[in-house]
Design a protein around this ligand. Structure first.
Ligand SMILES: [Zn+2]
Length: 487
């Protein structure tokens, strides 16, 4: 069957404003042959993706683990079809002794002193959620317009298929010259919070060792405009408690000379931001420069900000989302309104969640927040600060050889200059990867776009951009094969 989907034309590369993308032809890279190989294999790629979408492999305890195993088996079969022979399904136990999600790992060793690239994606998916919100069956891939709908069609089964199809195209075109080491690592529990990721890395450190890691689990800027995700924020959380009385007392008999704990906790919380809404904790890292900005109207719509509510903080919206800290109170312990009695409340507690800018040491951020909270104890109230979890931020050195190759490949494939974008959230396993392999160059790419609705009803993949993502990665493999990590 011939493809109904527009093939990638082999024309001159152009920017979004229709100026040609500045980029010299790279000796040894046959873009035309790689484009043809990707186009020739694309129907099969899309059909394999549809087969994967049909398997509801969910790594949550309340779902059937047999489906997750079936998902791993199906992925392993697809990996074998690319010609990799040593394909394994591996898992390590969780701390409670139950098995972790099945990961599919395959490795083809590097030859002739070439580097090794590890291609990461995950085959487990989010639960479908409320079936009534879906326009088609979540586990039956359906093409509508230029998109493919289904749970995992984008996040992250398309990431798996992009890796496999890019590898297949590169193998076909490069043939015997293909000496780059390639490792596939398809995790089976990412949507459940990667509970065994760290132990998995410890157990299989040598098997997974590489020079470059491509994490295909993020988004492009918008349909038709590729992006490299160059920063992710870190995170610290914990609680602080304000205690003012030894026990609750009658608010009429004693109210007036002393303020209750919820009032004092509120006053303490109010010191966390200045009058403009910037985080007021001294000593935190944050910066303003970002390559692109987010439209205020888009932000308001996406975040569902009510009309009339003013935005907080200063600087560009993108810097407030990606390269500055953000501090939220995500829970408060105090008597609930339904059971409130007329007493002065002796103690109240808040849980905080603070997003950290790239370059911020989480330990230092936790200490800065502790010092702020302890030194702003209102009216001499007893304040107890209890640190919780912490995770590192991530920033790509875009001058690194690997990042330069990735930016070149994205431009070459889309014909549009890629955006270097941040993500306000965190991908916790990336911190685990940098800890396990401090020297490795990590590239965060993706197949999603802002309309992909990963995790929500009607998740979808833009088929045209998916084809570009496959070609971009094939170009990356080809270029790294030619030049290694020399810039
Ligand atoms: Zn994902």
């Amino acid at each position: 069957m011939t493809s109904e989907h527009a093939e990638i034309p082999q024309t001159q590369q152009r920017n979004a404003d229709n100026t040609p993308v500045a980029g010299k032809p790279v000796p040894g890279i046959d873009t035309e042959a790689l484009t043809k190989a990707v186009n020739d294999g694309f129907d099969a790629t899309l059909s394999s993706l549809k087969d994967l979408v049909a398997i509801p492999g969910i790594a949550w305890a309340s779902f059937d683990p047999a489906e997750l195993d079936r998902s791993a088996e199906a992925v392993a079969t697809l990996v074998r079809e690319t010609g990799m022979d040593d394909v394994r399904i591996l898992r390590v136990p969780k701390t409670d002794g139950t098995p972790g999600g099945p990961a599919v790992v395959a490795r083809r060793p590097a030859r002739d002193g070439k580097p090794t690239i590890l291609l990461y994606a995950h085959h487990d998916v989010q639960p479908p959620g409320d079936g009534a919100l879906w326009k088609s069956e979540p586990f039956v891939a359906e093409e509508r317009g230029d998109r493919l709908y289904g749970r995992g069609a984008a996040d992250d089964k398309a990431g798996i298929m992009a890796h496999l199809a890019a590898y297949a195209a590169a193998s076909k075109v490069l043939g015997e010259d293909f000496g780059l080491g390639v490792t596939f690592f398809f995790e089976g529990e990412e949507e459940a919070g990667s509970p065994t990721f760290r132990r998995f890395l410890e157990e299989h450190r040598e098997l997974l060792r590489s020079d470059i890691i491509v994490v295909a689990d993020s988004s492009n800027w918008k349909v038709g405009v590729p992006a490299l995700t160059t920063s992710l924020r870190g995170l610290v959380d914990g609680t602080f408690e304000v205690r003012v009385l030894d026990h609750a007392v009658h608010s009429g008999m004693f109210g007036g000379p002393v303020l209750d704990a919820p009032t004092l906790l509120s006053r303490l919380i109010a010191t966390l931001h200045d009058e403009h809404g910037n985080v007021a904790v001294a000593g935190l890292v944050g910066r303003d420069e970002v390559e692109v900005d987010v439209e205020e109207s888009d932000y308001r719509a996406d975040a569902s900000v009510l009309d009339g509510v003013q935005l907080a903080g200063s600087g560009t919206i993108a810097s407030r989302l990606w390269t500055k800290p953000a501090l939220s109170i995500i829970g408060i312990d105090a008597p609930s309104v339904d059971v409130a009695s007329n007493t002065l409340i002796p103690a109240a507690r808040a849980k905080f969640s603070m997003r950290l800018a790239p370059g911020q040491d989480p330990e230092a951020a936790m200490t800065a927040l502790r010092e702020h909270v302890e030194s702003h104890a209102p009216f001499g109230a007893k304040v107890t600060f209890t640190p919780g979890e912490q995770g590192n931020a991530f920033a790509t050195d875009t001058s690194s050889a690997a990042a330069q190759v990735a930016l070149w490949a994205l431009a070459e494939s889309w014909g549009v200059k890629p955006v270097e974008m941040g993500i306000g959230g965190s991908i916790p396993f990336i911190a685990d990867l940098t800890e396990a392999y401090p020297e490795v160059q990590i590239l965060v790419t993706g197949v999603e776009d802002p309309d992909s609705r990963a995790h929500s009803a009607n998740e979808s993949l833009h088929i045209g951009d998916f084809r570009h993502a496959v070609l971009a990665e094939a170009l990356m493999l080809a270029r790294l094969n030619v030049q290694g990590l020399q810039g």
